[in-house]
Design a protein around this ligand. Sequence first.
Ligand code: BO1
Ligand code: ZN
Length: 283
Amino acid sequence: NCRTVQTWLDTPTISASFRPRTPTRQQSPIDISSSTTSSAFQWDLSPELPFELNYPSGVRDACTVVNTGRTWKVLVDDERFWIKGGPLKNAYTLDQFHAHWGETDDCGSEHTLDGRPFSGEIHFVHWNRKYGTMEKACEHRDGLAVVGVFLEVGETNAELEKLTNAVDDIRYADSTMDLVNIDFKKLLPNLDDPAYWTYPGSLTTPPYTECVVWIVLKETVKVSTDQLRSMRSLYCYKECDSGIAAGGSAEDSETSHHGHGQLLQNYRNVQTLRTDMIRPSSS
Ligand code: BO1
Ligand code: ZN
């Protein structure tokens, strides 16, 4: 069971200095129960408008993808890409998107469904426009809205291929490259009237701030085994540190879980769910 493998995400050396000051109440990710019909949801997230995702095609000819050493991340921060409605009271601007995956195709998503993980999960990270900046937004419970999309093994995803093809050029941490003509909307399932689960939660990496309205889509997106394999081939160390990592020094305990410094998995384990906090998008 690959869930039992401890990753850098849960190692005390990394998380200790970022530990929240208050006891945690709404940490992410969580296991979602597909039979959840609870109406005992306490957080005030009205009005109940349809969830709407506005990612126009063909307005963005290039964007940057970066190897953060923890994941690949596409930098957007463009007001023309935004979401509103559903559990959101305001419009939220797309800041970036990134992915989580696992050592094998049997695991990799952060959220799980009825105890079962998917092969990966893409997070589209948006910030609440009423707070002006991403940084300010992170200080508020409704500051970010992250749309989570589960990845399942299937046919090659043509749009994601533009990204996975770029992996060779951003092999080392901190390296970047420009992606051209990528249509973000094509990385998502059909969103005409999307079914989703929503709950108030946290960032799934340090500083684990409880500032996220989670919107996890019920419909999955298909990617190939090869595409998942390309993501695992990213390195978590910088090019200038490659000698140390390849040598496997004692200092290198974090990456030792990862073969020769490759980013084999980067999901956080599920956190305890407050059952009154989750609800489906419709009854
Ligand atoms: S996630 O979607 O829950 N995996 C997630 C985890 C961490 C962040 C975002 C999403 N981190 C935040 C940083 C901010 C930064 C922002 C945008 O990402 O805490 O400082 O501005 O990259
Ligand atoms: Zn994420």
